[in-house]
Design a protein around this ligand. Structure first.
Ligand code: NAI
Length: 244
């Protein structure tokens, strides 16, 4: 794969899980990396942490400007910040729909809008959105989460269409279940987290959950000039759940 020498990558929600693995992978591949997160403390010296909230337009505009000022540009945006929600439509109140869609969907549009003026000045601009296999697969008690990721898929196609004329590619990755703090917290809600974890492992045809590093590898490919003819796609990294 091409190196990312000389390129600047921004990862929203990059202080944990998939985002953190992605930030490290970009840094190892030569990029200068900014992590935009609610809690950007304690990051490795190779990562530049900037406090930002994807539900806050002003904080994103300020953060993107700070990235350009401190790292010298902005070439790649990974829209990774996301939160989970468990429940059927009867179990989830309106307030929860508003909260989760604001982070998972509007947050992605907001961060993209804040980054686009800077991406237009890049020779290799790319956006990668974190979708989920939940966008296309019914899963029990994921009405809101899956609806949010269905919207991410549609948003990815729409943004890819809007921005290809200016050379900006927009793709998504759709992970299956990835073992991160996001999933660990989810498991703690069950009486028997270990048996629930075994059930999550068994759901993949590969017999185990996806690793954050495997998702990061797919993100780096979609952000790299090597995928120059790929835009408006969602790459499944799902242990075979969707098609096997
Ligand atoms: P995580 O919970 O480990 O990390 C999420 C990060 O986002 C945290 O650092 C958190 O502080 C940050 N964040 C949350 N709200 C934010 C906000 N308003 N502004 C800025 N940062 C915020 O999550 P994980 O598992 O790494 O997931 C990352 C993305 O991947 C999410 O979009 C999630 O929906 C998606 N995904 C995760 C899967 C999984 O199985 N873990 C499967 C498919 C998709």
């Amino acid at each position: 794969m091409s190196t990312f020498d000389g390129l600047v990558a921004v990862v929203t929600g990059g202080a944990s899980g998939i985002g953190l693995a992605t930030a490290h992978a970009f840094a190892a591949a030569g990029a200068r990396v900014a992590v935009l997160d609610l809690n950007p403390e304690g990051l490795a010296p190779s990562l530049t942490g900037i406090r930002a909230d994807v539900t806050d337009h002003d904080s994103l505009e300020a953060a993107m400007a700070e990235v350009v000022e401190r790292l010298g540009g902005l070439d790649i945006l990974v829209n990774n910040a996301g939160i989970s929600a468990i429940g059927t439509v009867e179990e989830l109140p309106d307030t929860e729909w508003t909260r989760v869609l604001d982070v998972n969907v509007t947050g992605m549009a907001r961060a993209s809008a804040a980054a686009l003026p800077h991406l237009r000045r890049s020779a290799h601009p790319a956006i990668v959105n974190l979708c989920s296999i939940g966008a296309l697969n019914g899963l029990p008690r994921r009405a809101l989460y899956n609806a949010s990721k269905g919207a991410v898929l549609a948003l990815t196609y729409a943004m890819a269409t809007d921005h290809i004329a200016e050379g900006i590619r927009v793709n998504a990755v759709s992970p299956g279940t990835v073992f991160t703090p996001f999933v660990e917290n989810f498991l703690q809600k069950f009486d028997d987290p270990e048996s629930e974890r075994a059930a999550l492992d068994a759901r993949q045809a590969t017999g185990r959950m996806v690793t954050p590093e495997e998702v990061a590898g797919a993100i780096l490919y979609l952000a790299s000039p090597d995928s120059g003819s790929t835009t408006g796609t969602a790459l499944e990294v799902d242990g075979g759940v969707t098609h096997l």
